[in-house]
Design a protein around this ligand. Structure first.
Ligand code: URA
Length: 264
């Protein structure tokens, strides 16, 4: 116990959160983090700034995947079977970002192909898309041992590839699945419960954070909340904005319960 009453574990946790915030700010593209800290407007979209469109998104993705071949930039390389780069349409209006490959993804070299992936497929279908029409990737491209949360060093090494993937596609909306993706893209250590339910921006692109499908499988009671997040995604895709700013405010009408079913 320290004089302030904090245990070493508390301090270690605070440091972990701080590292995550710093890495997230880096991945979010916020270099002047001191300004971002004191000015909540830093990181918000600049509507007058033209968004640069990658002339050949598919070609861009192929180049990035090529640079990742045989990657040994972090220690995750030592236990992986395959690098899971990501898949889907290079012209996708919507990009989903998960945490990192699991066992099945590591075997197949494809993102979200296990049980959580089947739930994600249903979420995608509920939005009116085929899986092939969206793009799915992860913060880290190699499976963390025993599916542990990726460490900030690993996120810092792999983050630049995620940035380039999203920049190549420049989707209309990004959906972060779970705390790791949400914290990395928003550049914060806040919990997923705090981050979900409103619109964030990643380099000018609207970003919705929601629960990870694996968490929803364990906690089905949260599926209704995830469905509300998907409604935000749907509204952003349709109109580029959400009614009255987000969930819980007037204007977002609850959907019929039958509409809200997004999983087994
Ligand atoms: N969980 C993730 O975060 N990503 C995957 O690709 C699979 C499971």
């Amino acid at each position: 116990m320290t004089p302030s009453g904090k245990t070493e574990r508390d301090i270690a946790e605070t440091l972990r959160q701080l590292r995550l915030v710093m890495t997230g700010l880096q991945v979010a593209g916020i270099e002047d983090w001191a300004a971002a800290w004191s000015d909540p407007a830093v990181g918000l979209p600049e509507p007058e700034k033209a968004i640069e469109q990658e002339p050949d998104p598919a070609g861009g993705l192929t180049v990035i995947a090529g640079e990742l071949e045989g990657c040994r930039r972090c220690r995750l390389h030592s236990e992986r079977t395959r690098i899971v780069f990501g898949e889907g349409s290079a012209h996708a209006p919507l990009v989903f970002v998960g945490e990192g490959p699991g066992l099945e993804e590591d075997r197949q070299g494809r993102p979200f192909v296990g049980r959580a992936g089947r739930l994600l497929d249903q979420m995608i279908k509920a939005l009116g898309f085929h899986r092939e029409a969206v793009y799915i990737c992860n913060v880290v491209k190699c499976r963390p041992p025993k599916n542990r949360t990726p460490e900030s060093e690993e996120i810092a090494r792999c983050g630049p590839f995620l940035i380039r993937q999203i920049e190549a596609i420049r989707p209309r909306v990004i959906c972060a699945l779970g705390a790791c993706a949400a914290q990395t893209l928003v550049g914060t250590g806040s919990s997923i419960s705090r981050l979900r339910g409103s619109v964030h921006y990643w380099r000018g692109i609207p970003l919705i954070c929601t629960f990870h499908p694996a968490y929803l499988l364990r906690t089905p009671a949260q599926k209704a909340a995830a469905w509300e997040d998907l409604i935000l995604v749907r509204d952003l895709l349709k109109t580029g904005c959400v009614q009255d700013g987000g969930i819980g405010r007037e204007g977002i009408k609850p959907s019929p319960a039958s509409d809200r079913h997004i999983g087994p």
